[in-house]
Design a protein around this ligand. Structure first.
Ligand SMILES: *[C@@H]1O[C@H](CO)[C@@H](O)[C@H](O)[C@H]1NC(C)=O
Length: 317
């Protein structure tokens, strides 16, 4: 029979437990706090876009968002405005649902690396998307473009979003200092560009189809959306629709452009500033709007928003 544990062995066990906790605590916290400041800021910046993508795909495919799927990741942030389930065929719904869970994974991965923030206010309403499309065409389409109406509209609306995240990761990568951050960004980039490829392929197959009731081809939609992003981003041509003019050689005479890239077919990179100008729809990183009516969160987005407040103050003096 084993003797009852003496108070000495109990104290010994307690000391071991305390030591273990001390060892484990900095290990789980360490990856976060050890990251250089710029890495942390850039990784946190991308959370804004991942929230946007996650909520759009979750709601579009299932009619419910992060608050149902993994509420702790939303962190009590406000519910997205106007997000809705889309009228999708089983195949497209299935693909979008996979995208949705991929985005949830991305948020989880980012938030386990940097402290991050709660979900910012997002506007995923028909009005918000219709505004982008109207701006892209330079006129009011009637009825307003509804991303949730059918497969084609939803995939066109999807063309608007992950590509911006992709260019952000390409832009952020050379600025990152730690292996941890670069590994994470490579992993995020790989899947974001995969999503973009799937979206573009689905659209490429339907390039000549006319989006009803507007009678405008799918190719023209992509062309106009890409052109708008280039204009808003103000960082040069970093966006291309499903076809490019034949004079852009280096591609032979092939005008098909199922994937966007520069003359060496390297993905384009965008800075946080350019991305904010696009997702705010304002063309100004200081002026929130569009999908982020109150602006993004995190050090980078907030620093621009603060600048605007300062400008406003000084203009009133
Ligand atoms: C930004 O994130 C912090 C931390 O989650 C939160 O307390 C704050 O309310 C957020 N701000 C906005 C404008 O969403």
């Amino acid at each position: 029979m084993a003797p009852p544990p003496s108070s000495a062995t109990i104290t010994g066990q307690m000391i071991t437990t305390v030591l273990l906790l001390l060892l484990l605590a900095p290990a789980t916290h360490g990856a976060r706090s050890m990251l250089p400041r710029t890495d942390r800021d850039l990784l946190e910046f991308s959370l804004n876009l991942e929230y946007l993508e996650a909520e759009f795909f979750l709601h579009g495919s299932m009619g419910r968002g992060l608050d149902h799927i993994q509420p702790d990741l939303a962190g009590g942030g406000p519910r997205p405005i106007g997000a809705s389930i889309a009228n999708l065929s089983p195949m497209v719904r299935n693909i979008i649902m996979q995208f949705a869970y991929q985005e949830v994974g991305h948020i989880r991965a980012i938030k386990s690396t940097v402290p991050g923030f709660s979900r910012p206010q997002l506007d995923l309403s028909v009005k918000s998307f219709a505004k982008v499309i109207n701006k892209a065409f330079g006129r009011h389409l009637w009825p307003p473009f509804n991303p949730y109406a059918n497969d084609l509209n939803f995939v066109i609306a999807s063309y608007i979003i992950p590509y911006v995240g992709l260019t952000g990761y390409v832009g952020a990568n050379p600025l990152l200092k730690s292996d941890t951050s670069r590994k994470l960004v490579a992993g995020l980039l790989g899947v974001e560009s995969g999503q973009d490829a799937v979206i573009r392929t689905l659209l490429y197959e339907r390039a000549a189809l006319r989006v009803m009731p507007y009678g405008i081809t799918v190719a023209e939609f992509t062309h106009k959306i890409s052109r708008l992003r280039n204009k808003l981003g103000h960082g040069g041509p970093k966006d291309e629709g499903l076809f490019v003019p034949a004079y852009q050689l280096g591609r032979g005479m092939i005008t098909g452009n199922v994937l966007a890239g520069n003359t060496n077919s390297l993905a384009f990179g965008r800075t946080p500033k350019e991305i904010l100008r696009i997702v705010y729809g304002s063309g100004k990183e200081k002026v929130p709007g569009g999908f982020f009516p109150k602006g993004g969160n995190g050090t980078i987005a907030k620093s621009y928003l603060r600048k605007r407040k300062l400008d406003d103050l000084s203009s009133h003096v």
